[in-house]
Design a protein around this ligand. Structure first.
Ligand code: NPW
Ligand code: ADP
Ligand code: K
Length: 453
């Protein structure tokens, strides 16, 4: 089983195209299912450790994977039962059902088993489950010690991560052939439990990927503070937010951090404070300007935003600055970091998945857009997308977004292109949250930032 970090992500339609390409290249649909089912069987066998397995099979190819896995488990000598509510409908699933050859119980009457395999629906789910399916599934999941979902948990919508049915989460989900949006977009991602990638030889070129740990090089032997990256944080009405962003930039590898505008007392001495003037941003050594955390929305805030936009420096635009932007098109290198409310206010609620909406926002603005939340979608104007999920839910506390803006600013000032800076920043921020444990405050998060693995 392979962690999903860095894996290509495919929608249901992309997955079918990849399958069609594989078939055109000479791998039959039966062979694909044989590989998928065998891989599921092998993983279940290892985890079951001899305990009884109940495999729930649906009518399509997800169910087909289940029948193949059940047969493999039986061959391996495990006690295994199969239950369904509908006959197999696809040729491959029918063939797999026949090869299973033994009794198939009625789902509604099936007795629980400690190990439950959910092979009811995968990427073909088209609507919410009937109670006749979700009721027994809920009952059997609740009774099982371990539930393993094949491809995606039944009841979640593959492409947008919406949960169409109310079911307990799986413990483990095996992403067959490619990671799907539902494995990373909430709320579906939480329904998946741990997600592991199962390679069945599907070629999966995609511009959308799951986030992976960045490789961060130490400063060159010849480095000096300006070559490390100079970050200017433009503060405003709520100076604490600017201070958090500035402290975070300093801890995320910046060589020099300048805090322009009002400052708080409790600020590391290493951070240089100055009055805000548009001229202060003319320093050619500034590699990134962070504006928005605690900026306010008054006239002074607008002036600071106008000055920052005119500076021609690479920008990280967050919080209030996002609300104040009239012209959404960014001329130079820019990273926008809206949370859901800011995103909707800027771009409307729109249609499509969080990924689709973020891609459209990046194309429309010409900026990298970091669409934050329990899942964070990072999209570049050229169509590259990284999805980061599973970070600590303790991040849901005031000021953590200010910290993120500062971290991204440091990576941008270090000379990374905006997409890479944003992706690294989101990862480092999540890693700091993991280290910080429970009930931390944004200030603690700064202390837990580290650039070493
Ligand atoms: N593609 C690949 O590369 C590979 C795919 N593989 C596997 O195949 C899986 C996809 O299989 P799939 O396309 O047959 O869809 P699947 O999820 O089994 O469901 C479709 C069936 O369910 C039905 N149905 C839907 N919703 C329903 C509801 N709420 N309530 C009741 N019925 C409902 C639907 O009927 P309909 O919507 O037409 O009424 C149809 O009959 C994929 O997830 C992976 O596990 C691997 O084997 C190898 C490589
Ligand atoms: N439930 C959650 N799980 C994981 N991360 C979260 C959750 N809620 C918020 N976050 C993260 O915390 C940060 C909050 O940013 P933001 O909403 O801008 O806060 P603030 O404006 O108070 O600084 C973002 O990085 C976001 O992705
Ligand atoms: K499933």
């Amino acid at each position: 089983m392979i962690p999903i970090d860095g894996q290509a992500m495919l929608t249901a339609a992309d997955t079918r195209k990849a399958e069609a390409r594989a078939i055109a290249a000479g791998v039959s649909a039966d062979e694909m299912m044989a590989r998928a089912g065998a891989a599921v069987g092998e993983q279940v066998r290892r985890l079951a450790a001899g305990a009884e397995v109940l495999v729930l099979c649906g009518p399509g190819n997800n169910g087909g994977d289940g029948y193949v896995a059940a047969a493999a488990l039986r061959r391996a000598g495990l006690p295994v039962r199969v239950a369904t509510f509908a006959p197999a409908t696809t040729p491959q699933a029918r063939a797999a059902r026949e090869r299973w050859g033994e009794e198939v119980e009625a789902l509604a009457e099936a007795l629980p088993a400690p190990i439950l395999v959910d092979a009811i629906f995968g990427i073909g789910l088209s609507r919410a489950l009937d109670e006749g399916v979700s009721g027994p599934l809920r009952r059997l999941m609740t009774a099982a010690r371990l539930t393993i979902a094949v491809d995606v948990p039944s009841g979640v919508s593959t492409d947008d991560g919406v949960c169409l049915s109310d079911l307990p989460p799986a413990n483990l989900t095996l992403a067959m052939g490619a990671v799907k949006p539902a494995h990373l977009l909430q709320p579906a991602a939480a329904q998946c439990g741990t997600v592991r990638f199962v390679d069945i030889g599907l070629e999966a070129p995609s511009r959308v990927r799951a986030a992976a740990a960045p490789v961060i090089e130490p400063p060159a032997a010849s480095a000096h503070k300006y070559s490390r990256g100079m970050v200017a944080v433009v503060a405003g009405a709520m100076p604490g937010a600017g201070a958090l962003a500035a402290s975070a930039a300093a801890r995320a590898g910046a060589g020099y951090v300048l805090l322009l505008g009002s400052a708080t007392d409790r600020l590391p001495h290493a951070i240089v404070r100055r009055r805000f003037t548009a001229e202060a941003l003319e320093d050619h050594r500034i590699g990134a300007v962070v504006i928005g955390p605690g900026l306010g929305r008054d006239e002074r805030a607008e002036e600071r935003l106008v000055g920052s936009l005119a500076s021609g420096r690479p920008l990280v635009i967050d919080g209030d600055a996002l609300r104040l932007m009239d012209d959404r098109r960014c001329a130079g290198a820019a990273i926008l970091t809206p949370h859901a409310g800011e995103f909707d206010a800027m771009f409307g609620r729109g249609s499509g998945s969080k990924i689709d909406r973020t891609v459209a926002a990046a194309e429309g603005t010409g900026a990298v857009v970091v669409h934050k939340g329990p899942d964070t979608v990072i999209a570049a104007p050229d169509g590259r997308v990284i999805v980061h999920s599973g970070s600590s839910s303790w991040l849901s506390t005031a000021g953590t977004g200010d910290v993120l803006a500062g971290v991204i600013g440091a990576r941008l000032a270090a000379g990374l292109e905006p997409m890479e800076a944003a992706v690294q920043g989101v990862w480092l921020h999540a890693e700091a949250a993991r280290r910080a444990g429970a009930a931390f405050i944004a200030d603690d998060l700064v202390d837990h930032l580290t650039l070493t693995a």
